[in-house]
Design a protein around this ligand. Sequence first.
Ligand code: SF4
Length: 696
Amino acid sequence: MVKSTCSYCGVGCGVLVDKDRNGQLTLQGDPDHPGSKGLLCSKGMNLHYTVMDQSDRLLYPQMRYNRSMPLERVSWDDALDRAAAVFTSIIAKYGPDSVGFYASGQCLTEEYYLINKLTKGFLGTNNLDTNSRLCMSSAVVGYKQTLGEDSVPCSYEDIDLADTLLVAGANPAWCHPIIFRRVEARKAAFPDFKLIVVDPRRTQTAVMADLHLQIKPGTDVTLYHAIARGLIDRGLIDQAFIDNHTDGFDAFNEKVHERSLKEAASICGIPLEDLKWAIEYIGRSKGFMSMWTMGLNQSVIGVNKNVSLINLSLITGQIGKPGTGPLSLTGQPNAMGGRETGGMANLLSAHRDLANPAHRQEIATFWGVDSVPDKPGLTATDMFAALRDGRMKAIWIVCTNPMVSLPDSRIVEEALQNARFVVVQDISNRSDTVAYADLVLPAAGWGEKIGTMTNSERRVSYLNKFAEPPGEAKPDAEIIWTFAQKMGFGDAFAYTHPAQVYDEHVRLTKGTNIDITGLSHERLRTGGTIQWPVPTAESTGTKRLFTDHQFYTPNRRAQIKTVSDANHSEPTTPDFPLILTTGRIRDQWHTMTKTGKVAKLNTHIPKPFLDIHPKDASERGIEDGDPVVIKGHRGEVRVNAKLTKDIRRGVVFLPMHWGKLFNKDFARANNVTSSLYDPISKEPDLKFSAVQVARV
Ligand code: SF4
């Protein structure tokens, strides 16, 4: 039996993998894993099939010199020599900011570390971003603005101790199922436990709720301000905590009193009585927690939504104690590991500040280079816009499929067509992005390489290798360090094992708030998972942050930030009167390159669909199952309608998974999604696009 960690969502469940004499794999949950306790959801239970079915795997490097030619097999040496020659000549001619890397929240920490070191330390650009930009970046800023650093304060264990849980813009029953099992268990064990769900859709999570606030999309801040006002007016806040450990309460108090509860309920489109119940449940609870994902994060006001929700924990003093705290759920398995290494366009290693010259110099000295560029790099959507208009010439895409997952696919397609040089490093030929590559590099997948990941509760896990990569596929870390050597940076990239990369990352965390000096590959491999910080070899990890109420801000006080409740999404109009929201379904993952090849997972929901309220459908002459066209400002999608009262009137829902290679009718949701994004986090507004729906 080999221990590893599920490579899908940010819950980070432990798995045990066994291999028989014929090489057949079996898989089960790891009963000793402290986060998942032996449980796995449908996706995790079938993970080994994605390793055994190699029908879609990229097996050897492929290259072409011109886009009208087919890709042809080449050796690794030829492939990486060409990549190094092209990157060198483009940088020489157009400068370092003309190239960039677009990576993934599925990359291992060691891979992130290497790409970050290569781009920022040696290529001379901060143009490294990842698909975590679409997932977590609003939560990162929310935590920084309130708590001082990107630090999840609590643990899954706190769910077992909470007595009120507010789930906002998330459907953990489908998308983080093993966390939701804990919610169900808590509810069963403690009947007074209250679950509040905020979502325009009546999801499987909302079905379980004691109170479902089915708000209008974009009104989240108004709701949390109204709850705050109710808590203040009823004396249900922790004034001593506010006075001793926070700044900003007076301005916040004034702001939340700008609207009456009645007005706020009307703006949010919920009954006033329900708003009052939410205030009571939160205000009377001894342990209040909140949990959220994309419904808050993927928004043009994602940061404000995060801040306004975290403020509820601060004014009630419900943080740093058992059963409390704001818990942002990561959508991807190692979004947090990426942030720890500084692997995004505006971050620096180990939570250092890119804007701080001393921090930049510290990293430059550590890497043995003169400097790290001060200008933040291009973020995900800006990077593709820059490729489209020619400011960027080359992009290296690692372990992600932007042709399906980025908003406004038209821009992505034009960007990849216009780019001088596109490298796609992936495991599967079913990524729609491969078709646009000049160079395709076959990567090892889960179970075929070793490394580490950090889940939503700061838990660092080791991923063992139990299978050989097929064909000539190589671990991503090895591909990157070999490329760096070919670029002439051999002294700084003379690695032979990912443990050496990990040790370097660990050394950079020393003395920081995410100190993992006490962690090594060997300790993780033999001792199991552990939550950072882990500053010494004796440390057993850290369940909860801020237990002393000393926050990571300069004056050690949490910041209750006052934000506007205005939404800046594209407005609905008579021509585009409905709000499109997108999201996941239970048994698929991202763009289906892994889950789409598991027969069992395709049976749950085999085809894309559009959820639409029966009254909205009837106004358009649409019946259940009818083919419909969803038109937006940027394009259209055709699917069959699914009439359901589980969605709010005026809102329609499309799953985000299907691209060209998994659906002959090409129901890519991002044909119609908005290209707006939050001005601070740069996270796209994927939950709010103005559309029209008509029967075909
Ligand atoms: Fe994997 Fe997430 Fe399911 Fe756990 S909950 S088995 S991490 S997909």
